[in-house]
Design a protein around this ligand. Sequence first.
Ligand SMILES: [Zn+2]
Ligand SMILES: [Zn+2]
Ligand SMILES: [Zn+2]
Ligand SMILES: [Zn+2]
Length: 156
Amino acid sequence: MQRKEKSFGIQMLSVQPDTKPKGCAGCNRKIKDRYLLKALDKYWHEDCLKCACCDCRLGEVGSTLYTKANLILCRRDYLRLFGVTGNCAACSKLIPAFEMVMRAKDNVYHLDCFACQLCNQRFCVGDKFFLKNNMILCQTDYEEGLMKEGYAPQVR
Ligand SMILES: [Zn+2]
Ligand SMILES: [Zn+2]
Ligand SMILES: [Zn+2]
Ligand SMILES: [Zn+2]
């Protein structure tokens, strides 16, 4: 599966003493430190390039930042907010990473989608469910299906 993450590299550069100080894109002040960060084609104080969610200094956490909707985020927060778990096996829509999911074998489901696909019965914790042809079935429907397969005359 191809990942479409919006990640950008962060470079740490040492400031040459004889060059004109660059403006920081975070606080708009001049960067007079020995080191500065370059990211998103802008220059930053090490302290100013921070995750909008957890305030961690992105230059330290790794050499990548993530952006979305004008927010600058660390990888953890980006995935938490905007990542995806996968496609729901029932409705085939994407499931955002922060949503609760149900799992059955390799499949993931929205909580709302996790129901018997024949009679729509929901499952509670501990309830038995069955996977057949990648469909979730309740015990009744599963057993009924077995019966039909076993006893129905082969139609040709
Ligand atoms: Zn700054
Ligand atoms: Zn963060
Ligand atoms: Zn779904
Ligand atoms: Zn059912």
